[in-house]
Design a protein around this ligand. Structure first.
Ligand code: NAD
Length: 524
């Protein structure tokens, strides 16, 4: 946006007292946009419009909805270079990061769920174990209006929630992050250009106040992805509402990697570096802490450091850059605070550390490796959300598991061992929504079949997968009597005959040994 346009907007702002989001490009530190913030009244109006639009949308067949949603997918494919440019402007990501996480994921996820939606949302038989005289069917109906509130770190990836909600017959209100408003504008345009019926999908630009207004509004579900702090505020707000509103909370992480002595160290080192530093470490499922058994610690740490030192960082466009920018100065401060706190408490800096001054005024933090860390340090206990790999040496598997679980978070984790039984045994004991064996938990990209969710403070409520699609539906159970009996045995009036029959049934079905035989065949 030009300087003249921005000053014109400032004049408008003075007149109508509307608040605006002003966003900067992390690659340059320059102001690049000014977007009006939706007020509470506008949010409520949008929800009413969405409710009206949902009636016709929800009445369409799944196949008809799929046809509309596929047009959105097609526009993502056609416009992907423009989308990547916009993502880079708003977030300072490398082109490769944006292509993988924000564009490929949306295109792939939309295609997958469009193919599967019919099967996932069709009514299905539900054979009953006891009442063979009844026919039971499970059906999925739209919830109504769904509010989706998203963070800045993968500003289009969470459109997968929008897609699932739409396919399930809901209208959707998206509240994108105030940090990435240009992407919010772009998303609104793509959906509008796709020919989706009016008000079936709307974007509500704004900050926390707009998100809070959406939570307070007459929506039928909130899907929130963001910090624990905001997730908690939303949960409290929803509890005050007159009407129960379901919610899914996809929150932060402090994901551990456990490197056992029989790991393939080359692969583990590659995964640690990628998993810890992709998207500049600004990923909920980043490898935020590494526990390595002491006998291989030195060799593994050297491999990580060697790889990190070769990474290329900067704003240059094109495929050959590894590490992009940090979203805003406040995040740079958090990262720097964690690194300094660790060093003050005895950590050793093996690579990076500090702002990349050569790339200032852009917000670039050098990819960093720390050793000699422990759980008294913020870098091992609080979400850092930056390009930092802290490596802690542990004596054995038991200590690694104990430390991996010593966290308020439980999003993803990684276990490294070439012994499949051992790796599985350790994976089962780690408290996380997803545990990857010899792989990176960040495998959220492209894993449409598996539910995505956290445990502990990382949240609850699955998205992705069949379960995720159905979470955007009201589940209805229809049970139909087949007409074999004039009256059910347990209906009034109660009498001794019916009572004894039910009691005998308990013996037949659930008693062990002699008692059961007696009930079946009689006799003393
Ligand atoms: P954030 O909580 O600051 O903001 C997220 C969204 O919530 C934004 O759109 C914001 O405007 C809105 N918001 C703020 N206050 C609100 C309120 N009171 N009511 C309703 N909405 C409100 O998070 P962020 O800084 O944008 O994102 C980073 C966080 O997101 C990290 O903690 C990261 O781990 C987490 N995250 C989690 C996942 C996951 O799948 N579990 C994925 C990506 C990011």
């Amino acid at each position: 946006m030009s300087a003249t346009a921005i000053s014109k907007l400032s004049e408008l702002e003075k007149k109508d007292e509307r608040r605006y989001i002003e966003n900067t490009c992390p690659m340059t530190g320059e102001v690049i946009g000014r977007i009006p913030i939706c007020t509470e009244e506008e949010v409520d109006q949008a929800v009413s419009n969405a409710r009206l639009a949902q009636k016709a949308w929800g009445a369409l067949s799944v196949a008809e909805r799929v046809r509309y949603v596929l047009r959105v997918r097609d526009l993502f494919v056609e416009r992907r270079e423009h989308i990547l440019d916009t993502i880079r402007q708003d977030t300072g990501k490398t082109r490769a990061d944006a292509l993988l996480a924000d564009v490929f994921t949306v295109i792939d996820g939309t295609t997958y769920f469009c193919k599967q939606a019919q099967k996932m949302l069709s009514p299905h038989k539900n054979p009953l174990h006891l009442f063979k005289n009844k026919k039971s069917t499970i059906m999925y109906e739209p919830l109504g209006v769904v509010g989706v509130i998203t963070p800045w770190n993968f500003p289009t990836a969470f459109l997968s929630d929008v897609v699932l909600a739409l396919l399930a017959g809901n209208s959707v209100l998206l509240k994108p992050s105030e940090v990435t408003p240009l992407i919010g504008e772009m998303t609104a345009k793509i959906f509008a250009d796709s020919g989706l019926p009016q008000n079936v999908f709307q974007v509500l630009q704004g900050d926390g106040s707009t998100g809070a207004a959406l939570v307070r509004s007459d929506v039928d579900k909130i899907v929130f992805t963001g910090s624990v702090r905001t997730g908690r505020a939303i949960y409290k707000e929803l509890a005050q509402k007159e009407r129960f509103t379901p919610v899914a909370l996809e929150l932060g992480g402090k994901d551990p990697f456990v490197i056992l002595e029989d790991a393939d160290l080359e692969r583990a080192a590659d995964a640690t570096v990628w998993g810890g530093l992709v998207n500049s470490g600004q990923m909920c499922a980043s490898v935020e802490r590494v526990y390595v058994i002491e006998s291989i610690a030195e060799e593994f740490t050297n491999m990580v450091v060697e790889r990190v030192k070769k990474l290329r960082q900067g704003p240059q466009d094109g495929p050959d850059v590894d590490i992009g920018a940090i979203i805003f100065p406040r995040q740079m401060d958090v990262i720097d605070d964690h690194v300094k706190d660790a060093i003050d408490k005895g950590a050793k800096l093996l690579a990076g550390g500090g702002r990349n001054q050569e790339l200032a005024p852009g917000y670039y933090y050098k990819p960093t490796v720390l050793s000699n860390v422990n759980h008294s340090m913020k870098v091992m206990t609080e979400e850092t959300f930056g390009p930092i790999i802290p490596i802690m040496v542990v004596k054995n598997e038991e200590e690694a598991i104990k430390l991996a679980n010593d966290s308020i978070y439980g999003l993803t984790a990684g276990v490294w061992s070439q012994n499949p039984e051992r790796a599985e045994r350790v994976a089962k004991r780690i408290e996380a929504g997803t545990v990857a064996i010899n792989d990176c938990g960040a495998n959220a990209f492209g894993f449409c079949e598996a539910p995505w969710f956290g445990v502990k403070e990382s949240g609850f409520g699955a998205v992705h997968s069949k379960e995720g699609v159905r979470n955007f539906s009201k589940v209805k159970h229809i049970v139909k009597d087949r007409g074999w009996m004039r009256k059910e045995l347990h209906w009034f009036p109660n009498n001794a005959k019916n009572y004894n029959m039910l009691s005998r049934l308990v013996d037949i079905l659930f008693s062990k040994g002699e008692k059961r035989l007696k009930a079946l065949f009689g006799g003393e």
